[in-house]
Design a protein around this ligand. Sequence first.
Ligand SMILES: Nc1nc2c(ncn2[C@@H]2O[C@H](COP(=O)(O)OP(=O)(O)OP(=O)(O)O)[C@@H](O)[C@H]2O)c(=O)[nH]1
Ligand SMILES: [Mg+2]
Length: 633
Amino acid sequence: MSKHVIIGTAGHIDHGKSALVEALTGTHPDRLEEEKRRGITIDLGYAFLELDGVQFGFVDVPGHEKFVRNMLAGAGGIDIVLLVVAADESIKPQTREHFEICRSLGVERGIVAITKSDLVDADVLGLVKLEIEEFVRGSFLERSSIIPVSARTGAGLSELKREMLRVAASAAERDASHYARLPIDRAFSMQGFGTVVTGTLISGTLRPGDEIELLPSGKTSRIRGLHSGGRAVKQATAGQRTAVNLPDVNVAEVQRGMVLATKGVFRATSRLDARVSLFASARPLKSRTRVHFHCGSAERIALVNLLDSESLAPGAVAFAQLHLDAPILVIPGDRFIIRQFSPVVTIGGGIVLDALAPRHKKSDAAAITLLDVLENGNREEKLGALIAQNPEGVDLARLVSRTGWLESLVRETARALADAKAISIVSEQPWVAVSADAMGSVTASIEREVDAFHKQNPLVAGVAKQDLRGRAGSRLHPEVFRAALDELIRSGKLALSGDVVQRANRGIALAPDESRAKDQIAREFERAGLSAPSMDEVLKRAPVDLPRARKLVQLLIRENVLVKVTEELLFHRNALENLRPLLSEYKRVRGERLPIAAFKELAGVTRKYAIPLLEYTDRIHLTRRAGDERVIL
Ligand SMILES: Nc1nc2c(ncn2[C@@H]2O[C@H](COP(=O)(O)OP(=O)(O)OP(=O)(O)O)[C@@H](O)[C@H]2O)c(=O)[nH]1
Ligand SMILES: [Mg+2]
């Protein structure tokens, strides 16, 4: 498969970016009427070139200072910057601004083209070259080639193409196996096709038929067709300029700045934590300042809350929480640019560390520690820290959207953490994890609650599981509670009888004859099955006096060994549980309709029991009443 590389132009207005793209590809990237009339680029333009098996997608940006926001929408997905400097003007303000933007966005590769070389003599050209060398010193462009070219005469173009191939060969392939993300830079409607969106596929793979989601709106759709490089393709992979046909989306539902993504994976956010850096040329940035925030093709207004200082000095970096005026899809590792609110100038950039950050308190030391780990830690440290942030337990979907990692990577990393006893995966279906520390606190609090219950209710055997869960913490994930309780029972600290939890060593405070009586009562009910025995008879036969026998029945009810079907009617739990297979077998053989007579026969009970039992099965949603009959559910 051929390699896909995105080249973005950068440079001052009128320096010949668009002319150079045309000279290289044969396509003039300006497409708007106004652009043609004014002879300047206003919005992003696109062109393609295939060279020796490498597919170059060009994103041509406007140089005008008023259109830097459009430049930013295109600069997000580029692999290689083609920094254009006109020989007759050398370095100008937007040369600097675009260069700083590329640097902040983490662009790693580039080529410098000195355009309009036909307009100057060799001495001037040499001088411009020196100025550029000085300008890029110490940056990612330091070792890049500086190539004089002319769109007019064609001079230098073949050397430029050779250099493009050389740099493209070293460019890292984007990850085609990841979830798909395509920041949309254009949406339009095409006669006979419906809505088409375009952008640079920054990760993943798209194919016709794929289900996708538009974020932040959450609108879902299915891809009908894909175009890249001007032709229909069967799939688009990361690093490709891609046009996606979404026939069931209205063009009014899509704008630049939205992201087309794999369905059901990501969550848009309006609160994120980041490392922010301020250009040396900027004024100090006070905490709680509003800025323009640009990420991917999106633009928002953001309130910058510095986490460890009141003000950021020019050239400095700091952790900050950004509150956006509207949600956006970003994931950790995404780069962004900030621009002063007014007058609008580019002042810095940053990298997203936590896309789904909780709100922080003022000078929140724990938040800063977490961000340190998210910035500098390895995968296990990062995931471990995020899991530790949710002491009530956290599910897989949440961790996937918060990290932006593939589900398989989250699982694998979590397994390593679990092997190291740093976390515990309390359940696989649904997948839920909790840190070892949090698990420790949960088990401790369960023990505390059981002890407190015993103290307050000395005559009661123990606390019902459901009550205990409420006492242990209402936000606790049910699976975490279940696992903590299991662990306490397994380790012999607590005991469970029926639904009742008690201290293991407490032993039920029953005398030997009471204990025998209790067993006997339970046995009699069990033997009687669905024809509940006469309570008076059972109590009379018990080897203890009547009041004590009654208490034992209460105990059995609390332990869920006996179940009250009506105020007067008690059944053994096992007898009731037998109803389930009985009914499903009946449904399989005879159908879902169940007349009362049939039930009497099936359960072997008289009408006296049949009605309350059927009302009971209605209550537990085993059956539903339909006139005189039941429908088995
Ligand atoms: N002599 C000469 N003129 C050129 C060359 N390249 C571009 N020009 C002219 O310079 C002018 C500006 O060129 P564009 O390609 O539109 O410049 P640009 O950088 O795309 O401008 P913006 O997109 O508005 O920032 C046009 O009139 C071009 O014909 C060149 O190599 N030699
Ligand atoms: Mg142009």
